[in-house]
Design a protein around this ligand. Structure first.
Ligand code: ACO
Length: 332
């Protein structure tokens, strides 16, 4: 979707991130399942990931990232109009994690809700926030991607437990001028692939029972190789589509910030796009796959680390369970 000519532009006014202190290395995992540092590094690019402490729930990570994003945007929480949290691991089925964050921030004026689009959740939240700003409904929106995936990770399953980590990333979105901000957005879904990536139990289809717990159905299940193929193809087409829509090409991209699921996926997609890896932001070695938190954490680090300058064309792209995907072009 192109930004309509008469609509207001929206931009990212500030970013924040929260990474739990505990580091789980590949060596630590070698002691837990039949794997090796060498296998994990060569197949995924991951060297370590962060794990929330037993006291830390998703809203705790989200709150810390939110405080930082508000401070960096010079926005007081009391001035926020809306809070959206993208997560697949809410503190509890309801109330929403966004409401818990709203109360803790003292963001009394803000409406609040969660969305679930798995690893694409942050880009979906960005698209929703953009609509509210573009239509002139709201001026200050906090969007957060936050996950404690360790709570739904089967640490006896080597095919998934080496991949996942905990984190939160946040952005404040508001109106922009001078042609800056979000230039185009694209969202997509293919529910036909729902079985490839899921947490089978705990909802209305398979409510929690002793049997679902015994069968380990409350953990993330993934068909890795099929998700891999889908990811490479989708990242390529989703990036081309948003660039086309605003009249840009892959040559114009200053920095591509992809969902951090696997270094090989990022390399394969970048190669198909003709974007060299020095224009692709990678931090998967430190954090693994943090689902909806991955893009905002990477964006925060890229900005803080001086990888983004004013006027740069930054492209975000994510894919995940659903199946879902999303992409955005931002003129910084
Ligand atoms: N250590 C050692 N061996 C392993 C491990 C491990 N941690 N995991 C799998 N293996 C073995 C397999 O059992 C298999 O052995 P076999 O040949 O004897 O059967 C072999 O390694 C190869 O397995 P593949 O699955 O073919 O390995 P692949 O190269 O495809 O890598 C991976 C697996 C890393 C999971 C990859 O497919 C991938 O990254 N897929 C995409 C994941 C993704 O993007 N997920 C998205 C979101 S996750 C979310 O939404 C929460």
């Amino acid at each position: 979707m192109m930004v309509a000519e008469k609509a207001r532009h929206s931009a990212i006014l500030g970013t924040g991130a929260c990474l739990p202190a505990r580091v789980l290395t590949n060596r630590d995992l070698e002691a837990m399942v039949d794997t090796s540092d060498e296998w994990i590094v060569t197949r995924t690019g991951i060297r370590e990931r962060r794990i929330a402490s037993p006291e830390q729930a998703t809203s705790d990570l989200a709150y810390e990232a939110a405080l930082q994003a508000c401070a960096n945007a010079s926005v007081s929480p009391g001035d926020l109009d809306l809070i959206i949290v993208a997560t697949i691991v809410p503190d509890m089925p309801f109330p929403s994690t966004a409401c818990l964050v709203q109360a803790r921030l003292g963001a009394k004026k803000a409406a609040a809700f969660d969305i679930e689009a798995a690893c694409s959740g942050f880009v979906y939240a960005l698209a929703i926030a953009h609509q509210f700003v573009a239509n002139g409904v709201y001026d200050k929106i906090l969007i957060i991607g936050a996950e404690t995936l360790s709570r739904v990770t089967d640490f006896t399953d080597r095919t998934t437990c080496v991949l996942l980590g905990d984190a939160a990333g946040a952005c404040v979105i508001g109106p922009a001028s001078d042609g800056r901000g979000i230039l185009s957005l694209h969202l997509g879904a293919d529910g036909g692939g729902a079985d490839l990536l899921k947490q089978p139990a705990g909802g209305s289809r398979l409510p929690a029972t002793h049997e679902t717990v015994d069968k380990r159905q409350h953990f993330v299940y993934m068909h890795g190789s099929q998700v891999f193929k889908f990811a490479v193809k989708t990242m390529d087409s989703a990036v081309r589509r948003v660039l086309d829509e605003c009249g840009l090409t892959t040559d114009d991209v200053s920095l591509l910030i992809p969902h951090q699921a696997n270094l090989r996926i990022m390399e394969a997609a970048a190669q198909r796009l003709g974007i060299s890896m020095d224009r692709v932001y990678v931090n998967i070695d430190k954090y693994g796959n943090t689902s909806a938190a991955s893009v905002p954490v990477a964006l925060h680090e890229a900005w803080e680390g001086g990888r983004i300058k004013e006027g740069d064309v930054v492209v975000l792209v994510a894919f995940g369970g659903g199946l879902t995907w999303g992409s955005a072009v931002i003129r910084w």
